[in-house]
Design a protein around this ligand. Structure first.
Ligand SMILES: NC(=O)c1ccc[n+]([C@@H]2O[C@H](COP(=O)([O-])OP(=O)(O)OC[C@H]3O[C@@H](n4cnc5c(N)ncnc54)[C@H](OP(=O)(O)O)[C@@H]3O)[C@@H](O)[C@H]2O)c1
Length: 248
């Protein structure tokens, strides 16, 4: 594996907006080759085009992370194009908040499919390549809600606790292959995440709270860059950050 960020091949799920998009820009500007996955192909194609025009290396592959074959294709495309995969950033996620008693069962299913199974499919796609290389770095996105539970966020919290649990198991398992693992748990960051809350009262309350304190998506990109940039023998396992003004 190359050291630092420059020349690393980084696959990012959920690269069409928010944290994933900011990280793609940040790492590409620092010399990484970025391979962008998301369902909105127009967005990731435009971002890849913009980065390529600036002289950076970027590719877009339309990907729904709930489909294991599409996630494998995303990673295999990166390996075919750039020769290897150094970093897998399992970032795609959604947060349709609602109390359990409102029985938004379809939303529970979607959160489990994207936030948990999508991360597992990312691991499944990247791990064989990284084991063969005897190097790599898998970064999974949890949340402050992977550490605390709020009643309007129970299922979302459960998915983000699950991301931490499977990342910790992965960390212990991949030591023999020289693979690093990082959990990043952000607090309130300004992105499109709240747009997918279907319960209008919950959405309004959350937006009001978040709009007062949220920090920019670049804060997340900088934490990813920090973990990736550390020397190969340093394994940054978990980063939890919040806006200074966020109380919980
Ligand atoms: N913003 C925050 O305050 C915050 C705090 C803690 C944790 N997080 C976590 O950060 C991650 C990124 O969220 P964000 O804040 O950047 O929100 P965002 O702006 O809504 O971005 C979410 C990304 O996930 C992608 N996505 C959703 N479903 C997908 C699917 N089935 N297949 C592929 N991609 C899918 C979206 O792309 P398409 O719609 O184009 O597919 C989009 O690129 C999530 O895991 C979220 O839980 C965010």
């Amino acid at each position: 594996m190359s050291q630092g960020i420059e020349n690393k091949v980084v696959v990012i799920t959920g690269a069409s907006s928010g944290l994933g998009e900011a990280t793609a820009r940040h790492l590409a500007e620092r010399g990484a080759s970025v391979v962008l996955g998301a369902r909105r192909s127009n967005r990731i194609a435009a971002l890849a085009e913009e980065l390529s025009t600036k002289g950076y290396k970027a590719k877009a592959v339309q990907t729904d992370v709930t489909d294991q074959h599409q996630v494998k294709k995303l990673v295999d495309t990166a390996v075919n194009a750039f020769g290897r995969i150094d970093v897998m950033l399992n970032n795609a996620g959604l947060m349709p908040l609602a109390p359990l008693e409102r029985l938004k069962v379809d939303e529970w299913d979607r959160m489990i499919d994207v936030n948990i199974k999508g991360v597992l499919y990312g691991i499944a796609a990247a791990l064989p390549h990284m084991k063969a290389q005897k190097s790599g770095h898998i970064i999974n996105v949890s949340s402050v809600y992977g550490h605390v539970i709020d009643p309007s966020a129970t299922v979302y919290c459960a998915t983000k606790f699950a991301v931490r649990a499977l990342s910790e198991g992965l960390r212990k398992e991949v030591k023999p292959y020289n693979i690093r693992t990082t959990i990043i748990s952000p607090g309130a960051v300004s992105t499109e995440l709240l747009e997918h809350i279907s319960e209008k009262d919950i959405q309004a309350g959350t937006k009001e709270f978040v709009s007062k304190i949220a920090i920019s998506a670049d804060t997340f990109a900088r934490t990813v860059a920090f973990a990736v940039n550390e020397p190969d023998d340093v394994d940054i396992n978990e980063i939890l950050f919040r806006p200074t003004a966020q109380p919980v």
